[in-house]
Write a protein that binds this ligand. Sequence first.
Ligand code: CP3
Length: 369
Amino acid sequence: MSDLDVTHPWHQHHTSTSPLLAAATGHRPSPDIPGATHRPVWFMRQAGRSLPEYREVRQGTDMLDACLNPELTAEITCQPVRRHHVDAGIFFSDIVVPMKLAGIDVEIVPGTGPVVAHPIRTEADIAALEATSADDFEAALDPIREAVRLTTAELTTTPLIGFCGAPFTVASYLVEGGPSREYLHTKALMFSRPALWHRLAAWVADRSGRFLRAQVLAGASAVQLFDSWAGGLSLEDYTTYVQQHSAEVFDHVTDLPVPRIHFGVNTAELLVAMRAAGATVMGVDHRLPLDEANARLGGTTPLQGNIDPAMLFATPQARETAVRRVLDRGTAAPGHIVNLGHGVPQHTDPGVLTDLVAMVHDLTRVGAR
Ligand code: CP3
């Protein structure tokens, strides 16, 4: 296994013994485990529109331009950590950032999501992507590396989670040209021209994997691979067309000591297959109770999740009951990182998130349970 640089926060700020890393490596809170002081909690989409300080600094800057501005990226990544005292930062970026850096004409349209000007559907489209230079791509990652360095300099002991999108989810935007409910063009490509699909997915995996590795080498202490839309696939199609390419992404970081979290929505039937792509922690959405997820995974894999985001809009009493239930069910797993079942909704009251972090910390502090 390769080591991280001596100046990496893993060594310099001991993120390797933080609550996040303790849980991700299979430890429950315990006085005997360094760093395992409480169950860690962070939120998918914790940075972003729920925070007034985010809306303020983003004013007048396009989303993808913000992602390529290291100072702004670092500021936005740190905002929720300062405000909520979550146990991790998640790098502020987007799954389509590496696609833009590879030269694809993509923008993020507010209220819609990523929109690709020229959808990738033909052999010529895919050959053109394959002809782009990996060296140029590595050079284009410099603002990402710089943003990670600035971020981790502020976060110090709080680990940064690096991330990227998994090939199916990212390719679905490239092939459809935008968000989709049924992934008809993507699946049509997969089913009718499998060799072409595999070439596209392998290319997306290479560029996303390089983007992920750059974040880790620059200072991230864990990674998350988002296959948000994999739940649109049957288990058979997932293992035939997708799993190997998610594994190719993870391959870019398996020589490094960082935990590898893998998350999808509506993926209860895919959990075991997704883990087999190379994950060391499984993210679970709110549809599958954590004790059931743990049973499906044979009780050997730390879990992340899975408070229903809708609970952020419920009464405090209903929310507390739900949080206690998630904590109880998460006790079954060999390690539990508390999170939502999917991202923070845009109109969430940030005070509710701050209170939720404090509640999780209070209820799970060593000795509390
Ligand atoms: O706090 C964080 O979670 C870190 C940043 C992050 C963003 N996107 C920022 C963002 C992460 C981890 C992502 C990943 C992402 N992007 C995924 C996988 C995670 C998931 O939610 O399932 C997906 C599917 C995308 C594609 C994407 N980008 C969508 C669907 C959207 C929302 C479109 C909308 O306006 O509703 C985006 C845009 C986006 N990515 C925003 C943010 C903060 C909103 C942009 C804005 O503020 O205008």
